[in-house]
Design a protein. Structure first.
Length: 282
């Protein structure tokens, strides 16, 4: 499989042959300009090597944690075919455009959000678009959205290493990514897929979050490892990246997301992640 779909010789592209390639280095691929009315200090991508690990949940959790720490925050929902961020924060309806761009919706707490679901007439309508169209929309979310002044913009990407992550890495000034995973044995493969893609695109891996880490018994408080023992510490140690946190499987989390009041959750498991992300501003 080609390592770089933008390379003119992508048919025979390999990791070794991509060394020094202008496409790999970002040469010849101009970053999309930020909207003229926006000033974003740090862009953080949230990625996963596979689906079903709660990437949007982690994106929302990190965004809320950073806002509670006193920062101005936005979320770009780049999971175009599976958007879930608006519903988690109780956002419905459509954004509107002005002469300077699209105005993102704001949560009750003041967090700014842009998603394809905030552009559709029917938020339950499927988005059946090909890769290039989806990639173009992601670019528009960056260059045509009036984000204003933000300390952090979190980009919730679809799972895997396909068109959208590649578009984000090449077109947006990403300061680093956070990898989301779960405790199963295949965690090493999941993390390394995302890690290796970021490394090839010269994007720093800031940390790893393990979701579904445990279920706390409501009666005795014992932590039950439903998906097996965690391997995240050893994998993160091997790759030399910090663990941002281990999030439990909690019915209250799902309930708050379903009811659109996700920001009301009090989570303390991401303290290490908050401290690491805050250091980016210093």
């Amino acid at each position: 499989m080609p390592e770089n779909g933008n390379c003119s010789s992508a048919e025979g592209c390999s990791k070794e042959s991509c060394e020094g390639c202008p496409s790999r280095e970002g040469g010849g691929i101009a970053k999309e300009p930020m909207n003229a009315a926006s000033n974003i200090k740090k862009v953080i991508g949230v990625v996963s090597g596979k689906g079903g690990v709660g990437k949007s949940f982690v994106t929302a959790s990190l965004a809320c944690a950073m806002q509670r720490a006193g920062h101005t925050v936005g979320i770009m929902d780049a999971d175009i075919t599976g958007p879930s961020i608006p519903k988690m924060f109780g956002l419905h309806g459509q954004v509107f455009g002005t002469e300077i761009g699209m105005e993102p919706m704001e949560t009750a707490e003041g967090m700014k959000v842009m998603s394809i679901n905030l552009l559709l007439d029917d938020e339950e309508a499927p988005v059946i678009w090909r890769g290039p169209v989806i990639a173009g929309v992601v670019k528009q979310f960056w260059s045509e959205t009036v984000w204003g002044d933000l300390d952090y913009l979190f980009v919730d990407m679809p799972p895997g290493t396909g068109d959208v992550p590649l578009t984000v890495f090449q077109s947006l000034p990403v300061d680093g990514i956070v990898v989301v995973t779960s405790p199963q044995e295949l965690v090493q493969m999941i993390v390394k897929k995302a890690y290796n893609m970021a490394e090839m695109m010269h994007i720093p891996v800031l940390g790893v979050v393990e979701n579904f880490s445990y279920l706390k018994c409501p009666d005795c408080g014992k932590e039950i490892r439903l998906f097996g023992e965690s391997h995240i510490d050893e994998v993160a140690g091997e790759l030399g990246v910090p663990v941002f946190g281990k999030l439990p499987l909690d019915p209250a989390f799902a309930k708050s997301a379903d009811e659109g009041v996700f920001a009301s959750l009090e989570q303390t498991q991401l303290t290490a992640g908050v401290e690491s992300l805050e250091r980016l501003l210093t």
